[in-house]
Structure formats: C-alpha cells, structure tokens
Design a protein around this ligand. Sequence first.
Ligand SMILES: Nc1ncnc2c1ncn2[C@@H]1O[C@H](COP(=O)(O)OP(=O)(O)OP(=O)(O)O)[C@@H](O)[C@H]1O
Ligand SMILES: [Mg+2]
Length: 506
Amino acid sequence: MPARVATVAFRGIETLEVDVQVHVGGGGWPGIYVVGLPDKAVGESRERVHAALSALGLAIPQKRIVVNLAPADLPKEGSHFDLAIALAILLALGALSIEDLADRVVMGELALDGRITPVAGVLPAAIAAAGAGRRGLICPEACGPEARWADALEVIAAPDLLSLLNHLRGIQVLPEPPRANAGPEPRYPDLRDIKGQETTKRALEVAAAGSHSLLMVGPPGAGKSMMAARLPGLLPALTPAEALETSMIRSVAGELKGGRIDRARPFRSPHHSSSMPALIGGGSRAKPGEVSLAHRGVLFLDELAEFPRPVLDALRQPIETGEAVIARANHHVTYPARFQLIAAMNPCRCGHLADPSRGCGRAPRCAQDYQSRLSGPLLDRFDLTVSVPAVLAADLSLPPPAEGTVEVAARIAAARALQVDRYRRLDPAGTTLTNAEADGEILAAVAEPDPAGLDLLRLAAERLKLSARGYHRVLRVARTLADLDRSETVTRIHIAEALGYRTGAS
Ligand SMILES: Nc1ncnc2c1ncn2[C@@H]1O[C@H](COP(=O)(O)OP(=O)(O)OP(=O)(O)O)[C@@H](O)[C@H]1O
Ligand SMILES: [Mg+2]
C-alpha cells in the first residue's frame, strides 16, 4: 500500500483535497518522479524535497520513488506541495508512522536547507479542513496565525522540517501559534478638506451609498484623486462574513499580511502601467488580480484613459458578472470580483478642454482622440459620470465646509442599512446586497418610479438614446437617491437627478 498524505489544490478560492501517494521500489531508474498533472513549480519540488531530506542527514535509498498527486486529472499549481511530498516520502521510508500524521492536511514550501517557507492560501485551506472535520493542519510557521482563524482545528506551524519531525514524534513541542489580531483602525483623510466641488461630492456620496460605479472627468488639479482618496472613509465596514471572504482572496494571492483579517473595505488603486495578469488575474501561477482583491470594495483607476485598451476591455466582463475568469492551459479559474469601479481622467491630453484660454489649439479634436481610448461599452457601464470643474480661487479661501466624512458617512450608513434590509427580504440567496447589484425582477420591484417619474424616464431614454443597460442603471441610481431621501418610492426628482449623472451634464 502506498504512503498517503493529504494536501490541497486551489480552484479560484475553492479548496480541493489532494492525496499525495508515494510508492518506493519497483523497476526503472532510481530517483523521485512526480506525476498527476504537476505544473513547473510542483515538478521542481522533487529537487527541493531531495535537498531538504538530505539536509536532515537522511540517506535516500537508490530506488525509484513515485509520487502521485491524486486526483490525477486535476491540474496542480504552486509550491505548497513540497512539505506533503517530503512527509509522504518519510512515511514510505518508515521514518514517520501513519499515527504521527493522522488526519492532518499538510502545506508548505521547502528551502534546500530544510526550512519551511510561507505559502499562499493557508486561510481557505484551514477553513476547508475544519469544515471537512479534519483533525489538524501542518503549515509554515509564518502562516500559523492565519490558519488559527479556522475553528476547532489543531494548527502545527513549523519553522523547519527537523523541528516538525521532532514535534510529530513527540520529542519536541512546537508552540501553538497565536491567532492574528485584527489590524489597527485605519485613518482616512477627511472630506472636509475639499473646498467647493459640491456636485462631485454629492456624486461621491451617492456612489458610496449604493455601491455605484463613478467616472470623474476634469482638468488637472481639480481634486479628483483627492476626492477618491476620501471614499474609503465613507464606506461602511465589512460584515464578518465579507471580511472572511475578502481575506481568503488575499490569502490565495499571498497578500494576507501577518494573517490579519481586516474589516476595512478593500480600496485598490493599481497604476495604469499594470499588466493584464496583475489587473484581471493569472500569470505563471493562477493568482487573483486587482479586480478580485477589490472584491466587496473599491477599484480606483486614476488616469483611466492611460490604461492600455485591452486591459480596459478585459474589465467589462467582471464588471457585468462579478467574476474574473482566467483561462489556463487546459482549464479555467474563476475568482470573485464584485467591486465598485471609481475612475478619474482628464477630458483631453492637455486637460484644459473647457478653458479656452488654456486649452490647446487642437481642441476639440484632441479631446475626441483622448476619450476614444475608452470604448463605448466601458463608458456605458458607469452608473454616474460627473464633470469636475477647476476649483475657483475664491472657493479655496473659503472656511472648511460644515460637513465632513463623519456626517456624510452617517447618511450613507443609513441608506446602506435600508438596502441590507430590503435585499435580505427579496433575495434570501444573498447575491444582491446593494442597489448597484439589483437586477431583473428585483430591480423592477424596488425601483418602480411613480407615474411622473416614469414619464420623464421614458422621454429621456428616447432623447438620450439610453441603452437598455443605461436605462436600468438610471433606475438603480434613482433607487439610491430615494434611499438617501428615506423615500419608499422613486419619484420624478430622483429620476431627474439620476439622469443628470448619466449624461455627465451635472
Ligand atoms: N477642491 C479642492 N479643495 C482643496 N484643495 C484642492 C481641491 N482640489 C485640488 N486641491 C489641491 O490640489 C491638489 C491636487 O489635486 P488632485 O491630485 O486631486 O487633482 P486631480 O484632479 O487628481 O488632478 P490630475 O488630473 O492632474 O490627476 C490636492 O492635493 C490639493 O492640495
Ligand atoms: Mg489625479
């Protein structure tokens, strides 16, 4: 019978159990052979395992050692298989007993000197192991605090192979890792710093209240980036379930620093030189991209028109479906990507289109060229588009506005609470959490305008040649405006304001 050790493979953030089976002996050349659809990193693990076992002073017999990763048709990616392979070989060679490893899931990368180095995905693996009723998890020392978030799971977090073996054999006791503390309360800049710009501030409030996508277009120095930096402070904290979900994505991406689970909503602002895999996901090893790291939070794309066009077009699918699908050699990987898109750009290359005294001689051609970098379908996906005018010097010398982040965040929290209540009633499955996500029958039921509002919407839809998507987006924004007003029904006033944001005329 072959020696067997349990480890995991990932499909997105879903964890699948993998059985590492080792058989020693039989005919053929001596050496370690890994089979069962390993990728390059897994295939190379035989070299690391060999070196790490030699570093222990263990003489590896001159026999054929076959390592099978079952199920054999499931592609295996990553370097976290090393430790399970090493332990399965030690089991097969009789250096460990089955009782030593009983019912534990193993993951970790090995350095050539036998150290166990950190790996991605320990949090989802630990939670899946606990869910499957496993007794424990063996992982790298640095990942212990992350694994401890799983309830009722014994965590063995080892710095190196030797101390792990001594612990398993009962010669030495490794300390139980502490559960990672939540991070300190983040501090965000205050909305009170922004002078003037009342329309944009209102749009930011509406966007935050309904989780709507927002595009800000305006000249340099108008305060667009400044405004976006104040959005995280306006958003309500994640619920515990959401915090766990976003942390699992960060864990799979190898970004869960110190194993801390934060309640602050993700705010990701990738640079416009970011590559397609960095933004959408993928790469040599499948990894969540920025769109997934922004799940349940904000993806802020500053200087939107500077992003390469293929990258922008690749955003269209996750925006619509809430998922990023990444093609691999012979399968697809799906990561959740339900984010709020906030973008900022200048109206043209010089940025001063609206100001004849400063605009360049190529206007309006230069604006057309610049804006045509964004495809129509992408622009159609913004719920709110505002033009941000240059700040007047007179505005800058005004005293700070009466309302700051605290006051506006309170209104947003109230509007969000109404949505939580409403969608818990209408969509018990929990796919709709905010107005921006309401669709189909649910949207028709919650955003039905009063007769005057409906007349206005019909008229405007014809005049503005609204797409079906545009029509529904106006309804969603109008629902949020009604929520901010604490109004049961969507009225003409709400439709009128929502239409203003559709055209960017406000
Ligand atoms: N409304 C405002 N109130 C107070 N200060 C402002 C305002 N707008 C801009 N500023 C000042 O101008 C600086 C630049 O603003 P910001 O970087 O947000 O401009 P921007 O619109 O993003 O410009 P660009 O298009 O060049 O990126 C801010 O750091 C701030 O000091
Ligand atoms: Mg800017």
